[in-house]
Write a protein that binds this ligand. Structure first.
Ligand code: LLP
Length: 465
């Protein structure tokens, strides 16, 4: 499948991409040369003159070839993370949550690694199906699915649609042609609080997702679905939140959902065959932070499932998990060019050529990153600096209070690791700054996956007078 050009690996399927000059491969170094690279992709290596190579590709050369800002995605890191899940969760469907980041190449990688897909809009679904992703392995989500979403899910054959509100039940059933049936899951809220920020906690009744077990909405929705001959209730779903660092909340949620499975058998005499426990597994954004340990998560969830089901005298349902961030987050590196350095009072601001338009996460959730100067060795004493973007508001901060060499200056490169999830999928064209390109790195080769958004792209939408 892979052909080699001088220093560049190009997939046969990518030959339509316009030719770009090759990035010379960096000779491999046996082991990671610095603990400071602990949150970077496993392939990251310190190379000469303060450069770092990822997937064997020098960041300095990638910046020259593709321009900045640019996002690099380490294909091997994504694939290895998929494999970790498949090993940790045998007899389980591992489904990639596409909202973390989606593009055609990534769809191929996760499909080749045997994963399914979680989508939450007609747009994500169309991209997946037109890329050849098997629709029966797709789970369709959304708390407010539009008529277009529902009809796309039916037309394109999404394997399961997750019911998130009572309204959706009759609406969906009415769109299904006579003689056909659609498999559905019910998203339930188990009453478990977990997740790093209020905006991404979804296990309790005070937020918009799912149907409460506590107030009986989940039980009511189950009864209504069972009255619809065109809907086939395959099981229950629950996603309690995101960036969760411990296993315990998953076990609590699991016990409550198994309790509901038992209640459903008692009330309706049916045993539901599937249980989807969502995603939310934390990654470390900075050295020293806690990532959820996936092998331990897999073992403990499967053990708890077996125990709870045995106690309720239920057969063990088929398990699904839906990781997003943990598959792609640590595989991504954002690379920026410094445009200005400003010293105000005792603050140092390092302003780069991207910002909240490609990474709104610090502004939204107060997330902290560990940026690194790339491309030269500095002997200057470190200063505490705030890396900011180029956008027109003071909240446009990429990394507050981080150590930078005291001589940091315009023209320098700054890389931000753990940039693969919820950056570009939440990116905007704020201030008419185009969104950055995405480049896959693998085995010393770099390949453009998503091109930079041009001014022409942005302006072409403006069709009024
Ligand atoms: N399943 C469902 C139903 C979800 O809503 C989500 C994420 C996932 C799976 C995957 O969660 P993950 O494994 O990626 O944590 N923009 C926020 C994260 C929002 C998560 C939304 N739902 C952030 O940047 O942290």
């Amino acid at each position: 499948m892979t052909t080699s050009l001088p220093g560049v690996a190009v997939r046969a399927s990518a030959r339509t991409v316009p030719p770009v000059p090759p990035v010379p491969a960096v000779p491999p170094v046996p082991a990671k040369s610095s603990a400071a690279l602990s949150v970077w992709p496993a392939s990251a290596r310190l190379v000469s003159h303060g450069d770092v190579a990822v997937g064997g590709v020098s960041l300095v050369e990638a910046a020259e070839r593709f321009g900045t800002p640019v996002y690099l995605l380490d294909e091997d890191e994504v694939r290895e993370r998929c494999r970790t899940y498949v090993r940790a969760f045998p007899d389980t469907e591992v489904v990639y949550a596409a909202k973390a980041f989606l593009c055609r190449a990534l769809l191929h990688w996760v499909q080749e690694e045997g994963l399914g897909l979680d989508v939450c809009s007609a747009g994500e679904l169309e991209l997946a199906v037109t890329t050849g992703f098997p629709p029966e392995r797709i789970v369709f989500h959304g708390n407010a699915k539009s008529p277009d979403d529902l009809s796309a899910a039916l037309r394109l054959g999404a394997g399961r649609i997750v019911i998130d509100s009572a309204w959706e039940i009759a609406r969906l059933a009415a769109l299904i042609p006579p003689g056909a049936r659609q498999r559905v899951l019910v998203r339930v809220v188990p009453g478990v609080s977990a997740g790093s920020h209020a905006a991404i906690r979804t296990g309790t009744d005070d937020q918009k997702f799912g149907l409460s077990i506590t107030d009986g909405s989940a039980q009511h929705a189950v009864a209504r679905i069972l009255e619809q001959p065109r809907l086939e209730l395959a099981g229950l779903h629950c996603h309690i939140g995101s960036q969760i660092t411990t296993v315990k909340p998953y076990l609590t949620a699991l016990r409550r959902v198994v309790g509901l499975l038992a209640q459903i058998r008692q009330q309706h005499g049916i045993v539901l065959p599937e249980l989807d426990l969502g995603g939310g597994h934390a990654v470390a954004y900075r050295p020293g932070e806690t990532a959820l340990d996936i092998p331990s998560l897999g073992a403990r969830i499967r053990r708890e499932l077996a125990t709870s089901c045995a106690a309720a005298d239920l057969p063990v349902p088929r398990l699904t998990v839906e990781p997003g961030r943990a598959l792609v987050g640590p595989a991504g590196v954002a690379l920026y060019r410094v445009l200005a350095v400003k010293r105000t009072g005792d603050r140092v601001f390092v302003a780069v050529d991207g910002g909240m338009s490609d990474n709104p996460r610090p502004a939204l959730y107060g997330v902290r990153y560990a940026p690194r100067l790339i491309g030269r060795r500095s002997t200057a004493a470190p200063v505490t600096a705030t890396v900011v973007g180029r956008h027109c508001e003071a909240g446009d901060v990429l990394a507050a209070d981080v150590a930078m060499p005291g001589d940091v200056r315009p023209g320098d490169l700054v890389a931000v690791p753990v940039a693969g999830a919820y950056h570009l999928s939440m990116a905007s064209s704020y201030n008419a700054v185009g969104r950055p390109p995405v480049v896959a790195v693998h085995d010393g080769g770099a390949r453009l996956l998503v091109r930079r958004e041009s001014l022409a792209d942005i302006n072409s939408r403006d069709v009024g007078l």
